[in-house]
Design a protein around this ligand. Structure first.
Ligand code: XIL
Length: 365
């Protein structure tokens, strides 16, 4: 297991924890506008995309102060076998971040999805805790010092499963029960005492009954973790928004985020995008609605001072998971991100720029 770690010493990635703003972003970039308010802005990307598309890589380096690997740190990619680690593409992303003075987030150490093919057969009730601890220890140590924050546990709450604590019936829950969450946070804290440790989830944005219940359940989980002394520092809200959804209530979202902040936690927007799946066909109309959603949402969340970080799930419409996951019925390419497929700023970019510029100053990042 130690084999892969020898390829590159972990120290290699250290040193950008605090002063990582070497290459100052261009004045008019989202990173620069956010940075002026003490906010961090960045985006998710795949390593292959940066490598194959230099124009995109340049836009990425210009607009973002922080990067999150879209799948390179997930188990399915990192763990080709029960005793093997493949850090190749995650290492290249860490190098890219470092070379451009950007920080990096870690996504994600525990999730019910993106598990390797061998998982079901090899991971049992008896060895699950050891395998989980080994994984977290090895991965988190490797990038210690380079990672701003880790999504330690992703999407652990699911009301439909009717389990105690309103947890999801996940492969980890099946093997370890609710304790897997505490185990994961403790292992991560031990492996990198400086990274901020995050619980990340979706479906807490809208004023619907089901999202209201999800907010309560997530709050309950956080309260439980904090009161038992589990090392957790922030809630990540994924913020995959739907452009056609009208049931948004800024006050309701803010009161949830303020309650989370009162627990002593920061709040990160971790995967923001705005689906245009059910929006009108005309591009001008669609872009205007998507931009309005970005602005309203960011204005609402940035009103809460503990919101310190905003990441979009992708930067340009050229590369977005929504092409596959939320395609338009009319077959037109989707337009959910701040840059269009030609890497030009869209109304959504300008909406984000306005929201960042009118946010209150957080004081140094
Ligand atoms: C998505 C990636 O973007 C896709 O490329 C992949 O096929 C599936 O996963 N919530 C998360 C992310 O926490 O990890 C997901 O990323 C999107 C939803």
């Amino acid at each position: 297991m130690a084999d892969a770690t020898r390829v590159l010493e972990p120290e290699r990635w250290g040193g950008i924890q605090e002063g990582g703003r070497g290459a100052a972003p261009a004045d008019a970039s989202l990173a620069a506008l956010a940075g002026r308010r003490g906010l961090l802005y960045g985006a998710a990307t795949k390593e292959r995309t940066l490598r194959n598309d230099p124009q995109f890589a340049a836009a990425f380096a210009r607009e973002c102060a922080i990067l999150v690997p879209e799948y390179e740190l997930k188990w399915s990619k990192l763990r080709p076998g029960p005793d093997r680690y493949d850090f190749g593409s995650a290492d290249r992303l860490a190098s890219f971040a470092r070379a451009h003075g950007m920080r990096m987030r870690g996504h994600t150490l525990v999730w019910h999805k993106a598990l390797p093919v061998w998982f079901d057969e090899k991971v049992t009730r008896d060895n699950a805790e050891r395998i989980l601890r080994d994984h977290i220890d090895t991965v988190v140590r490797r990038y210690a010092g380079a990672i701003h924050s880790w999504d330690v546990v992703n999407e652990a709450v699911r009301l439909e499963d009717r389990l105690p604590g309103r947890l999801r019936r996940s492969p980890w829950y099946d093997r370890l029960g609710p304790d897997y969450i505490r185990i994961a946070f403790e292992a991560a804290a031990k492996a990198d005492p400086n990274a901020r440790l995050v619980y990340n989830d979706y479906g807490v944005d809208y004023a619907t009954r089901s999202e209201g219940r999800k907010r309560e359940a997530v709050y309950g989980l956080l309260q439980n973790l904090v009161s038992t002394g589990t090392p957790i520092h922030a809630l990540g809200i994924q913020s995959h928004l739907r452009g056609w959804e009208r049931r948004f209530d800024p006050l309701e979202l803010q009161s949830f985020l303020r309650a989370v902040a009162e627990l002593g936690l920061e709040v990160y927007v971790t995967e923001l995008d705005v689906s245009d799946q059910r929006l009108p066909a005309t591009i001008a109309e669609r872009d205007a609605i998507v931009a309005r959603v970005y602005e309203e949402y960011l204005e609402a969340v940035l009103d809460v001072p503990q919101v310190r970080l905003v990441m979009t799930w992708g930067l340009s419409d050229r590369y977005t998971w929504l092409t596959e996951h939320r395609p338009r019925p009319d077959g037109q390419p989707v337009r959910p991100l701040p840059l269009d497929a030609e890497l030009q700023a869209k109304p959504a970019w300008r909406a984000m720029a306005r929201a960042f510029s009118s946010a209150a100053d957080r004081g140094g990042v």
